[in-house]
Design a protein around this ligand. Sequence first.
Ligand code: TNX
Length: 524
Amino acid sequence: MALTAVLAVPALVACSADEPAPAGAGGGAAAAAMSLDAVVPVPAEVTPRDGAGFRLTADTRIRAEEAAADGVARQLQAALRPSTGFGLVIGTGGPENAITLTLDADRSVGRQGYELDIAADRVTLRARTGAGLFAGVQTIRQLLPPRVDADTLQQAEWVLPGGRIVDRPRFEYRGAMLDVARHFHAPDEIKAYIDLIAQYKMNHLHLHLSDDQGWRIEIEAWPELTKRAGGAGTGVDGEGPGFLTKQDYSDLVAYAAERHVTIVPEIDLPGHTNAALSTYPELNCDGTAPAPRTDTEVGYSSLCVSKEVTYRFVEDVVKEIAALTPGPYLHIGGDEAKATTDEQYGTFMKRVLPLVAKYGKTPVGWHEIAAVPLPDDAVPQYWGTEPEQPDTAAAAAAGNRILMSPANRVYLDMKYDKSTELGFDWAARIEVKDAYDWDPARRLAGVGERDILGVEAPLWSETLRTLDDIEFMAFPRLPAIAELAWSPQAERDWDTFRGRLAQQGPRWEAQGVNFYRSPQIDWK
Ligand code: TNX
């Protein structure tokens, strides 16, 4: 996506119908109405009603019945403006010719679900929280046509198909991860990604903030980290510079929160730390700083487990990051610590896990952390490719909830096929069907439906420099993974998904999203 396109529509970026239309467009009958069955992720319950569509006009109002619905009402207004040209008034008055947002949904939709009723004379969106209303607004956007033909623009008709949707997520945590350490990605790019994931009802963005190459978050107690390891030449192959100041980070947290997305910060420990080790010699066992590195080797670095200064360092970092984090989770990495023995790794984690709790956060770590005794609330993130991982299964049996990111299904940095130029293929080549057609509750021995906190799609950035690169690897696999994390397994079906996904193509074109035109999909 050209960044300028994102910045030009500051409100909610891209919408359902995404092409700016001249003011006053509307009326007539050109663009065909969408079907109620077109939504990604597929809703839990869809009941179409023939011949009872709702026609959006310049006179349609948006009504927020409770003050708590105001924010989402404004987001709906902003989302519809660029496409329809209608500056819909948020007002009072009756429910006729209005889209009403209200917080009186049935308890059964839970904290994130919603009910949407589309009748000829009114639309009613009910939820129990702002997050539920926001999810419903994403559905409304997809139920409007993606765009209208330039020639018939004046006759565009903005009709929502009649019927009822009752929807709620299968898993409470639906996430994406972005690696800003290997190649830094600036706040505007991260915001664009937040907008894109939120459209598919993903509600967590995990930011991988430090690695061997770079350190991308300001830490006041250790100021050289970003000065040096966020400076020029710290990206893979000597690209860069870049890091997030505390202000940048807090802005991102707030931007995400407006879109009901929780940021999950990760500092990768004790391995993947060459950036810190090369900046502060005292963190090394021999007191000597190694050279900075911008290659893509993994598994060679470690903080010095036997030195006290290591734990002062980690505590300062955890404390400052926890203070920037309103969300519950703080990710401590823990993967590929091949430069430490199992015993050293255990010693390190036994001291660091309680530090996360000390600053009020729930620890998340790559599944290697399951090799050590975990606090009850710790979340191992499974990133393997095998059907068995005994430590993760044992953690699940002990009551820990598991985040599912099997690398051969959901790693968005894996190539689609052998012709994909970006990305790697160490875990698999992942076509759209591979990303979609599996069940998280049947993936890992000993980890069933109730053990799973959610599903997350990581995007490592060794080979990814630009937002265009990010989009190309994420689309269309990210919506596939969003559906498997949101929709009931019984409603998911590769054949219907192919058809629904094909209809997203014109939306991405209108939004300027760079996507992979998979031959598995009959794109519209
Ligand atoms: C493995 S997955 C890693 C990352 C790499 C990625 C590349 C994981 C927890 N560690 O350090 O970036 O592979 O695909």
